[in-house]
Structures are given as C-alpha cells and as structure tokens.
Design a protein around this ligand. Sequence first.
Ligand SMILES: CC(C)(COP(=O)(O)OP(=O)(O)OC[C@H]1O[C@@H](n2cnc3c(N)ncnc32)[C@H](O)[C@@H]1OP(=O)(O)O)[C@@H](O)C(=O)NCCC(=O)NCCS
Length: 189
Amino acid sequence: MPALTGLLIDNLLSITSPEIGTDIYSLAGFKIRDAVSDDCEKIFRMCKDQAILHDWEHEITSSVDTFRKDGFGENPSFRCLVAKKLDSGEIIAYTLFTPFYVSWMGKCMYMVELHVTELERGKGVGRALVRRLAQVCLQEGCVRLQWDAMAWNDKAIKFYNKIGGKDTTVAFGGRRIFIMDKTDMENSG
Ligand SMILES: CC(C)(COP(=O)(O)OP(=O)(O)OC[C@H]1O[C@@H](n2cnc3c(N)ncnc32)[C@H](O)[C@@H]1OP(=O)(O)O)[C@@H](O)C(=O)NCCC(=O)NCCS
C-alpha cells in the first residue's frame, strides 16, 4: 500500500527562503532548472529507471516521443525540473509535477515523480529539487505540495521525513489511495 505523504506549506516555509536560488546549488556542483524539450531523452531514461525500481517495467507503455509531446507541446500535461551537473552538463535528476485543486483549500501541487541517478544520491540533489519545487509552489500560491511513496520504499520515506514531509498514513487519521486503470474505467459504468 502506498504511504501518502506530503508537505504543507507551513513546512515548506521552514525549508525555503527567498534568497535560495539556482546559484546556491552551484556550490554543490549542480544547478536546478526547468526541463526543456532537449532533456527528454535523458529524463525518459530516468523515468524508466524509476519504473524498474518499482517493478513496474511491464507498465511502461509510453515512449520518449509521447513524453515530449505531452510535456513540451501545446497544453502540457505535466511540468518538470531537472538537476544538471555543472562540470559535465549531465542531467542527474528530475521531478515531475502537476497542479490539482482542493475546493476548501485552493491550489495544490502533486509531485508525481522524483528521481536522482544512483551515483549522485546522498549529495543533496533530491533535497534541492524538492526545495525548488516548494519555491515554485509558494510563488504560484499553492497551499499544499503532495506526493506518495510505496510503503516498501524505506529509503524514500526516510528521505521524505528528513526533508519535512508529513506522512498522512499516520497523520490526519490516515489516507488510502485508490486508482482505476484503463480496464477498470472501461468497466466502471
Ligand atoms: C529518494 C531520493 C530522491 C533522495 O534523493 P538524494 O539526492 O539521494 O537525497 P539527499 O542527498 O538530498 O538527502 C537529503 C536528506 O535525506 C537523507 N536521506 C537521503 N536518503 C536517505 C536514506 N536512504 N536513508 C536515510 N536518510 C536519507 C540524507 O541523509 C539527507 O539528510 P541530511 O541533509 O540531514 O544529511 C533518491 O535517493 C532517489 O532518487 N531514489 C530512487 C528513486 C526513488 O525512490 N524516488 C522516490 C520515489 S517515491
């Protein structure tokens, strides 16, 4: 069962300050920027690694062309930030996110994916990406940044707890995530 976790904006404020910008990360040898169409090949390779890590390889039905069209064409379905190494120019991490809305709260953001390439983990890249995303949320008037993690993914859960996420599996009386896949939707009516 996935553990639903997320950051409320109050928590975001504690990890975000207005002076934190791209430059601070250059001290650590990488910078965070919006993804562009030319990044798609590299990002999509990491998306596949993310699917493989979760044992969802059989569910990879998309392609880099679809990814490019859906994210960087007209009416994009998602937004994306990447971390780029300053020395080699290599893209080493990404986060993919999309807005949603809660009637009694207002604008929210869903972090759908977060992935740092294996060799670059533990160097502050994941934290920097979430920080930047938190800044984007605040700038755009979001009151919540939300995401989920698989319950077995201890490493990610420890990371999310470390960066100030509230685990709603325990907080707020708990929360369960439901999905319908294509077949479920076809059979739903
Ligand atoms: C989870 C992930 C995004 C973390 O990114 P990262 O760049 O390795 O993490 P950071 O270096 O920014 O770590 C930030 C803090 O979390 C802690 N942390 C990170 N990984 C941790 C782990 N496995 N166990 C305990 N603490 C951890 C770090 O020690 C650090 O704390 P500190 O600042 O007090 O030292 C990255 O490991 C990853 O991409 N994993 C594979 C994909 C994945 O599981 N994604 C999430 C899917 S829900």
